[in-house]
Design a protein around this ligand. Structure first.
Ligand SMILES: NC(=O)c1ccc[n+]([C@@H]2O[C@H](COP(=O)([O-])OP(=O)(O)OC[C@H]3O[C@@H](n4cnc5c(N)ncnc54)[C@H](OP(=O)(O)O)[C@@H]3O)[C@@H](O)[C@H]2O)c1
Length: 283
């Protein structure tokens, strides 16, 4: 049968994909630049020889492109060409609801996969609920605030667990999907709605502070973020403000047979992620 190589297997979605594989007893290995467990294998998208070695004997690959660069066609596609030559048949790409095939970054990989892979799927999730415990956690805990340039724009926030469930289905289904799917949670929410859900779920006030794109980018830069990445994130907020993400789909239910988690449920399950520092601060 061959194994499934889970790239990005130490990250938000990949870790959940690998956990599901382990639970289901599916042969898999996790590709990481810093192997630290028996099922880990050394893997770096920028080291094509190393990546090719990690692909030996694999039949499928979950693709999380490198998160610190944007030249995905140049860096990732040669690795996928090697994978194809080594007999990998199924390619499942994590892209984004905002990236069209042939567009920048994962859009370049999407176009290659659709044109070359024997079996494939592209998952295009909306914004992760997990951003509230990564990107926005510090301001939620320290300032009781989320700062964005999204205005009143709404977004179909999704739990990464639902993305992982869809990825596992795409990697293991008998028939390949050979298409992309836009994945969202159940509700289109503005960041005002998100702040209200956090306030209700965490028991302390959280507000949404709307910023201009410029101020938003400056804020991320002040936190140490690379200037280009800060500008990209702020511009994406601007697109949300204009309504680009104001939609929900039923793809998660159709693909996994389970309804996607809503935000109050996510907050309840992850309450501890914001709790300790808040308690310390208040104490
Ligand atoms: N956050 C959102 O709201 C959102 C929404 C839509 C789409 N997305 C997309 O989701 C992707 C991020 O996925 P994620 O959240 O599951 O991952 P993540 O938590 O950001 O982790 C990134 C993973 O990529 C691996 N990685 C980074 N550079 C690498 C390289 N050069 N070679 C090999 N591995 C590398 C890291 O592994 P090691 O450090 O172990 O090597 C890590 O496991 C991005 O492409 C983003 O655009 C995010």
């Amino acid at each position: 049968m061959g194994e499934i190589l889970v790239t990005g297997g130490t990250g938000t979605t990949g870790k959940l994909v690998a956990q599901a594989m382990a639970r289901l007893g599916l042969p898999h290995r996790v590709g990481t630049r810093a192997p630290a467990a028996p099922h880990h294998v050394a893997f770096d998208w920028t080291d094509h020889a190393l990546a090719a070695k990690a692909l030996e004997g694999a039949r499928a690959v979950y693709i999380v492109a490198p998160t610190d660069r944007s030249d995905h066609g140049r860096v990732v596609v040669p690795v996928l060409e090697a994978a194809l030559a080594k007999g990998v048949t199924r390619f499942v790409l994590l892209s984004s609801s905002m990236l069209e095939p042939g567009g920048p970054m994962m859009g370049e990989i999407h176009a290659w996969i659709a044109g070359h892979a024997p079996e494939w799927a592209v998952l295009r999730p909306s914004w992760f609920m997990q951003n509230l415990i990564t990107q926005h956690r510090q301001s939620i805990v320290e300032d009781g605030a989320i700062f964005t340039a999204t205005g009143q724009g709404r977004c179909g926030f999704i739990d990464a667990q639902d993305i992982a469930n869809a990825a596992v289905a795409a990697l293991t289904s008998d028939a390949a999907w050979n298409r992309d799917h836009i994945l969202t949670g159940p509700d289109p929410l503005s960041y005002d709605d998100v702040a209200a859900a956090l306030t209700a779920g965490l028991g302390f006030p959280v507000r949404h502070v709307p910023l201009t794109e410029e101020d938003c980018a400056a804020r991320w830069r002040a936190k140490g973020m690379d200037a280009a990445y800060a500008a990209t994130l702020a511009a994406m907020d601007g697109r949300i403000a204009k309504g680009a993400e104001d939609r929900v789909t039923d793809a998660v239910s159709l693909l996994t047979g389970r309804s996607p988690a809503d935000l109050p449920d996510f907050i309840r399950r992850h309450r501890d992620a914001w709790g300790d520092e808040f308690q310390t601060q208040k104490g």
